[in-house]
Structure formats: structure tokens, C-alpha cells
Ligand binder design. Structure first.
Ligand code: PGA
Length: 255
């Protein structure tokens, strides 16, 4: 089964509205956008309305970097699924390692958010990955296996087939130190195997797995050559239109 590659730009806590405008004025005119791949941008909440107005009628999708599991109520500082739908979001990132590590989000928080994303028909990209200490201690597969099990507990087979899982080894995020293509493929095929065991071959063959962690124009082709890797979640290199576009170009096989 052929899966459509996905290139996702995680801007994290960067990019005010004028910067997003400048990004889009350049990015949107670049060639082959949306041809043979999906592309989506994840700005901070405050910049989302600007991105919604700029990306609205283009092949570039957009979404939020997080969401709450409840629809409304006394949750100071939080943003809900209906609020994201109100801005036309199609996507949401859940369980990014910075949310897990800095904001202490647990697997059960993320499972609850995943339920909310499905309730509102937002397409989730759920992040998983191990720390350097866990990798050194030989615990990478245990850690990722637990995270994947918790995600799969929260979905049915139909939802699982539509999921996007982003494998992001924490030691490779924002450090300039990327995992080898061999590491990415080994973990990607492990994850796909877990999905297959739970939901069967056809579900595991349709779910998309992204690699994330210091992806750059110079290394994307190596990851895309891995049979289990279907795209990338890009942080630092996604904030410049030239480098994000080059990642997409270098990662998309011409049809
Ligand atoms: P990076 O971030 O590309 O800057 O390493 C990736 C991510 O955190 O999603």
C-alpha cells in the first residue's frame, strides 16, 4: 500500500503574526507544493488566525500544537477542539516530547486528548520517543512500546488506520544530532509491528509514521528512503520557507 508522505512544520513557541505572513508570502509561491505529499503548518495559538487566513485556499493544511481534552470550562490557559475547529484547523499535534517533559503530560492525558481530537474530527499527529538515558540503558523499545500501547488503547481500528505517529527520539530534537536512518527504520518497523499485532495488517499498512529530530534538507532523503518512514515533523528547519520547502522537495519522490 502506498502512503502519502506528510511534512509537518512545528513552529513551537516561535513566529508572531508578521513573521508568519512573511513566511507564507514566500512559501506559498514555491513550486510543487501539495503535489505527491501532504503539508501542514503548526503555529502557536496566537498566530493560528493569521495562518488560517493565509493557508485557507492553498494546499497547505494547518493545526495546533496541543489541545485540551474537554470542550469548554474552567481550564485556564487551555484551548479546546471546538476552538480549533472554529479557526478551520484540520490537524493537531499531541504528546510532543516538550509537552511530556516540560509540562509533565502523561500517557493518559494524551489518550484523553486523542479521544477529543477524534470527537471533533481533528487529525492527530501523536508524538513518541525515548530520552538519551533510556536509549543508553537499552530501554528505547520498552518506552516507545508503552507509549504506542497507550495510544492504541484509545482508538478503534478505523481511527488507528488514519493515525499519524511521529517518532522523535528526544536526544535528537533541537540538538542538531539526528538519529541515523537505521535507527529511524528500526523503530518505525517496530511501531508498525505493534499496530499490526493489535489491529491487523491492513491497519498497520495505512497508518503513517513520521520521523522527527533535527531533520534538514540534507538528511530528509535518507529518512524517506526507509520503508517505514512516511514523512517528517520538522522544528527548527521549518521556520524558514526556503529550508522547509527544500525538505519537502528532497523528501518527495517525483511521480
Ligand atoms: P527539530 O524539532 O527539528 O528542531 O529537532 C523537531 C520537533 O520537536 O518536532
Amino acid at each position: 500500500m502506498s502512503r502519502t508522505p506528510l511534512f509537518a512544520a512545528n513552529w513551537k513557541m516561535n513566529m508572531i503574526r508578521s513573521e508568519a505572513e512573511a513566511f507564507f508570502q514566500d512559501f506559498i509561491n514555491r513550486p510543487n507544493l501539495g503535489q505527491g505529499h501532504d503539508v501542514a503548518v503548526f503555529p502557536p495559538y496566537t498566530t493560528l488566525p493569521t495562518v488560517a487566513s493565509l493557508a485557507g485556499s492553498t494546499p497547505v493544511g494547518y493545526g495546533a500544537q496541543d489541545m485540551h481534552w474537554e470542550d469548554k470550562g474552567a481550564f485556564t490557559g487551555a484551548v479546546s477542539g471546538p476552538m480549533l475547529l472554529d479557526l478551520g484547523c484540520q490537524w493537531v499535534i499531541l504528546g510532543h516530547s516538550e509537552r511530556r517533559e516540560i509540562f509533565r503530560e502523561t500517557d493518559s492525558d494524551i489518550a484523553a486528548k486523542l479521544g477529543a481530537a477524534h470527537r471533533h474530527r481533528l487529525r492527530p499527529i501523536v508524538c513518541i520517543g525515548e530520552t538519551l538515558d533510556e536509549r543508553k540503558a537499552g530501554q528505547a523499545f520498552d518506552k516507545v512500546g508503552r507509549q504506542v500501547a497507550s495510544i492504541l488503547d484509545a482508538v478503534d481500528a478505523g481511527q488507528a488506520g488514519q493515525l499519524v505517529l511521529a517518532y522523535e527520539p528526544i536526544w535528537a530534537i533541537g540538538t542538531g544530532e539526528s538519529a541515523s536512518a537505521g535507527d529511524a527504520e528500526e523503530m518505525g518497523s517496530f511501531i508498525r509491528g505493534l499496530v499490526g499485532t493489535r489491529f491487523g495488517e491492513s491497519v498497520s499498512a495505512s497508518l503513517r509514521i513520521l520521523y522527527g529530530g533535527s531533520v534538514k534538507p540534507a538528511n530528509i532523503a535518507e529518512y524517506m528512503a526507509c520503508p517505514s518512514v512516511d514523512g517528517a515533523l520538522v522544528g527548527g528547519a521549518s521556520m524558514r520557507p526556503d529550508s522547509f520547502h527544500e525538505i519537502i522537495q528532497n523528501g518527495t519522490t517525483p511521480s
